[in-house]
Each structure stands twice: as structure tokens, then as C-alpha cells.
Design a protein around this ligand. Sequence first.
Ligand code: AMP
Length: 418
Amino acid sequence: MSFSSLGLNPTIAAAVAALGYEKPTNIQTQAIPLILEGRDLIAAAQTGTGKTASFVLPLLEKLTEGKTQKKKRARALILVPTRELAIQVNNSIKQYSHGLPIRSMAMFGGVDLAPQKQALIEGVDIVVATPGRLLDLYGQRAIYFEEMEAVVLDEADRMLDLGFIEDINKVIARLPDNIQTLLFSATLSNPVRELARTAVSDPAEITITKHSASKREISQWLITVDKDQKSALLSQLLNENRWEQVLIFIETKHGAAKLVTQLEKRGIAADAIHGGRSQAAREAVFEKFKSGQLQYLVATGVAARGLDIEGLPCVINYDLPYPEDEYVHRIGRTGRAGAKGEAVSLVSKDNFKNLCMIESRMGHLIERREIAGFVPKKPVPVSILNYVPKAKRQQTENGGRSERAPQRRTDKRNSRKS
Ligand code: AMP
């Protein structure tokens, strides 16, 4: 199977060949013909499966064939949860559209509006946007939606986790009725299906299972440890295992900065990306990591979302992620493209419920290990598979109605928290 035989024009086929893609991945083989046919789509596919190209390539094909671009009127919209993913998807579009007269831009909050407005005035075909900033610019009449031919909801589950549901619904309500809608999500959880009910019509559905995603092998294990021993344990793990590169996930930006200092005190050079650093600083650190100059990268979950890092030998959850789907996203960073990977989590007693939720979500327990010298004084109880947290139990008992209003965060608040 070649890219051309999927119905893509020679310029696009040449652009992907120049990137070294020899043949389409599973999701690309399935999604590209459906999108070219004009179908709406729901696809369950994680980062690392080649999902970005699976929607960008057919969109490029369609946009090349179609009408021409008008000022302030983009023709395709890709909604993403974070600015990092917006930048990354936009970079992919630039690579894939090499040689085509297609213009694209990344639009996200936390930066000056003026350059984004100017780009829209100059004219763009594809806008890759976080929902909050897009609505800001729409409200200011800097962008109109009448000419939109397609919309992609990328990492839909993540957008819902971040509380963007209201914003997404507002955007959808303002798009043309006959627009082609493509929804991509790592998991098709109930809230994602709920969103799909309002967003897509008569969709084709594709599920890329973990196995067919990349034939990757990920060895997952966890170490039980007391909270105050975590940084010492991490230093020992890094020194003993000598992983070529490690991405370390942590909960808060303060925690990230502190951990870098603690590692440095023990002679381990690391750097961090989190919402407390400028965009330029984050990008510089990420580039260093990607090019291999930096061995250990500490990142908050939100800041690391969308970072395109392939085939990492190891991911460490210094803090367990919440909600549980995030765990699946994180371990997806490792062991790509047939390379073996390790996903290690440091778990203390107060993470117990979170751990149960993650294990229930995956349908199996994660292997537990104890490390001499770090055996916890406060043991982590034995896991409960099929664990249902109290709030969810109450919700079920109340006939499915949540007693708490859904939490909503804007781009700005989100980046502050990360
Ligand atoms: P994604 O799932 O979109 O995050 O893509 C993961 C990685 O796979 C990116 O680094 C892409 O450059 C790469 N990739 C996408 N499609 C292909 C392909 N057909 N062959 C080889 N690599 C690919």
C-alpha cells in the first residue's frame, strides 16, 4: 500500500516520502480514503500511531482541489487541547504541505493576539487552535467560519479532561451545518461518545488497538515508596539504569523546578518544561531533549502534552497522572515503532485510589516492585481491580446526574496550572 494508492496527489506523496515515511500506518490506511470520500469520522487512536497525518494528508488533498482561500476565512479547523499540540500539528502541516499552496497557522492563548490576527488577515487555509483563543478571535471578528469545509477535534478526550466542552460546543454551533467533522481520541470514553453525538453525523468508526497501533512492547512496572523518598529513589533509578533518555512526569510546576534542583544536587543534569516557563524557554528545552543533548526532561502533564517524542526508552511517572486516561497517553511516549520501552511509576500510599483507577481502566494490575532502602513505611494497599470511585458510585445511584457542575478551565488558567 502506498500513499498515492490511497488517493493522495504526487506532491503530498513526495512530501511524506521526503520525511522517510515508506508506507501508510494502519490508521492512515483506514482513515484517508474515508476522509477523501467526505465521511464524518470517529477514530480511537493514540499519539504515535500516525494519527496526525491520517487527517492532515486528506485535508491537504481536499483543500488543494477546492476553492481558494479568502481573508479571515479559513477552510479547515483543527481543535487541539494545548498550545504545544497546536504548534506540533502546525509544524506537521508545514512539512506535509511542502510544495502546495496551502497556508496554516497555530492559534493559542497566553500570547499576544495581534500576530494571530495579522496572520488571519493575510489569509490561512488551515487553523490549528485551542478552543478558548479561537473563540476570542471569533468574538473579535478576526475569523469567520462560513467557508469552513472540515473540522477536526484532535485528542478529544484530552480536551474534555481540560474542561473545554462548553467552548467546543460553542465552536461547533457556529460552524456551517454541512461541515465534515473528524473526531480523534485516544479513548472513546462515554463523554467522548456524548460529544460525538452532537458533533458528527453518520460517522465511520475506526479503532486502532494498542497492538496494531505500533507493535510496540512496553514494560510497565511501579515502585511503592514513601512520598518523601521519591526524589532520592528517582536519582538512584537514573544512576542504576542508565536509560539513554527519560521523560519524567510530575504534577505541578513548582514540583518540576524543585525536582530539577534536587537531581542537580545529586549530580544529575536535568531540565524542566512547565507552564511557569516562557514558551521560548519550553521550546528550547524541548529541542535540546529531542536532539539528544538533554538526557532527563522533567515535565508537567499539560506542558508535555503533544510533544512529539518518538521511541523513548523510558517514561517515569514521578507523580501518577489523573485522570486515568492520561496514564495511557503517557506510556504511549515510550517503545514506539517496534522499540522496547519502559514505563515506571513511583506510587505512594496517598496515590492508592488513583492507582486503582488506572489499573481498572487498563483491565490489569501493574507489576509492583520494591527497591532495597526505599521500602515504604506507609505500605500501599493491595489494588482493587474494577474500582469505582465514590463520586462515580454516587453519580450512578443518582441516575447518572453529576451533583457537581463540570469544571471549566480556559487556556490561560490551564497554562497557569501546568
Ligand atoms: P502521531 O501519531 O501523529 O503523533 O505520529 C507519530 C510519529 O509517527 C510522528 O513522528 C510522525 O512523523 C510519524 N509518522 C506518521 N506517519 C508515519 C508513516 N507513515 N511512516 C513513518 N512514520 C510516520
